[in-house]
Design a protein around this ligand. Structure first.
Ligand code: PLP
Length: 410
């Protein structure tokens, strides 16, 4: 008899985005004449085409695969040196990270989930509320939680509420945690952490022998020069942090797939006998056993993000999306709504009008304005009373959504 991993049965069936899709489908079936009017500002997926510098590099790489003399089969599991070196030179210069501490993959979603393979049972896992749902669900699958309560909170996780009071940056907990998920700039709230706040986290992690899992998928959207882009800008972070980065949101690689994880060689975790074990070695073993490398043309495309042309084109993409975020912020502020994020991140986090819940606001915007947003409560109970608008869209759509919002709420 083949048994299953019963941890999967603890997962809440109504995962956020399928529920949104279900409601949008039900609405378009009930009002087919309105279907063409729907504008999606829900799922965090890019909309603008892949930069030409990336496409050109990928075309060349595909042609190389067509010649015996330049054909490449399996590449290094950890990723090609040309890409790992380009990452270090362009993103981590002066931070003491070396190319062999970079692991190339096909996505940060997988990396943030897969990393749990190398950690033991019984760790206290600290997770923000609201949160990117992947961190929670992968811990449920790995057996690191008990059951969910009726609000969707899992027993055994240490939830760190992010609210208007702490400006959506979790305070360092009073309890001890072993693994801590931090995401800055944040999805869903668009919040960023200051140098002082990250310093407090690194200090906490070192005092507790904890490891910070730092998701920096949105670092390219930071506009404020005082905000750190990497956890390794904080002294001591190399002893207590793993950083996840992705080409998805800066280079528009959501459909191309390339990301990377930084694991400093000095980072250690405890074996059952109390000895210190290199996390880098464990991840290297895991990665090369279960992964056969990102594709060569994709890695060539990713490296082109750091070319002169590539940098210029990526910066234009970021400006485009941040211009959208600014329009959303201004529209919501002009309506007297509470507005967070959108200044260093492509997400604007908006308070619902008084007395309106996240899902009520979602339904109102869908039914009355044909605009799809993401209900804040879908990211955790502390997200109740908020909704997230994604700036990943065309300017035309954003302007139209702003007009519809004004007509809806004014
Ligand atoms: C989009 C996103 C990523 C990137 O995921 P990929 O699998 O690399 O596309 C990582 N973390 C967060 C929080 C995200 O929103």
């Amino acid at each position: 008899m083949a048994t299953i991993n019963s941890n999967f049965l603890k997962l809440k069936a109504g995962y956020l985005f399928p529920e949104i899709a279900r409601r949008v489908k039900a609405y378009t079936e009930s009002a087919p004449d309105k279907a063409a009017r729907i504008i999606r500002c829900g799922i965090g997926d890019v909309t603008e085409p892949l930069p030409s510098a990336v496409r050109d590099a990928m075309h060349v790489a595909v042609d190389e695969q067509g010649e015996r003399s330049t054909f490449k089969g399996y590449g290094p599991e950890q990723g090609y040196e040309f890409l790992r070196q380009a990452i270090v030179d362009n993103q981590f210069s002066n931070l003491g990270i070396s190319a062999d501490e970079v692991f190339i993959s096909d996505g940060s979603k997988c990396d943030t989930g897969n990393i749990l393979d190398i950690f033991g049972k019984g760790n206290t896992i600290a997770i923000t509320d609201p949160v990117y749902p992947v961190y929670v669900d992968t811990n449920v699958m790995a057996g690191n939680t008990g059951d969910a309560d009726d609000k969707g909170a899992y027993a055994g996780l240490l939830y760190m509420p992010c609210t208007a009071e702490n400006n959506f940056v979790a305070d360092v907990p009073t309890q001890k945690a072993d693994l801590i998920y931090l995401c800055f700039p944040n999805n869903p709230t668009g919040a960023v952490a200051t140098r002082e706040q990250l310093t407090a986290w690194v200090k906490y992690a070192k005092e507790n022998n904890a490891i910070i899992l730092f998701d920096a998928a949105y670092e390219a959207f930071i506009q404020d020069p005082e905000i750190p882009h990497s956890i390794y800008e904080i002294e001591g972070a190399k002893d207590c942090a793993i950083e996840f980065r992705s080409f998805s949101k800066n280079g528009g690689f959501t459909g191309v797939r390339c990301a990377y994880t930084i694991i400093p060689k000095g980072l250690t975790g405890k074996a059952e006998d109390g000895s210190d074990i290199s996390i880098h070695q464990l991840w290297s073993r895991r990665h090369s056993t279960k992964f056969n490398g990102a594709s060569y043309p994709v890695q060539k495309g990713a490296a082109a993000v750091f070319s002169e042309e590539g940098k210029k084109q990526v910066s234009e993409l970021i400006s485009h999306y941040m211009g959208n975020a600014k329009l959303f912020r201004e529209a919501c502020l002009s309506l007297g709504l509470e507005v967070y994020g959108g200044e260093n991140a492509p997400y604007v986090w908006v308070g619902c009008p008084a007395g309106v819940s996240s899902w009520e606001m979602f339904d109102k915007m869908l039914h009355e304005a044909q605009v799809v947003v993401t209900p804040g409560s879908g990211f955790g109970s502390a997200g109740e009373g908020y909704f997230r608008i994604s700036a990943f869209n065309s300017r035309e759509n954003v302007e139209e959504v702003c007009n519809r919002l004004k007509a809806l709420i004014a």
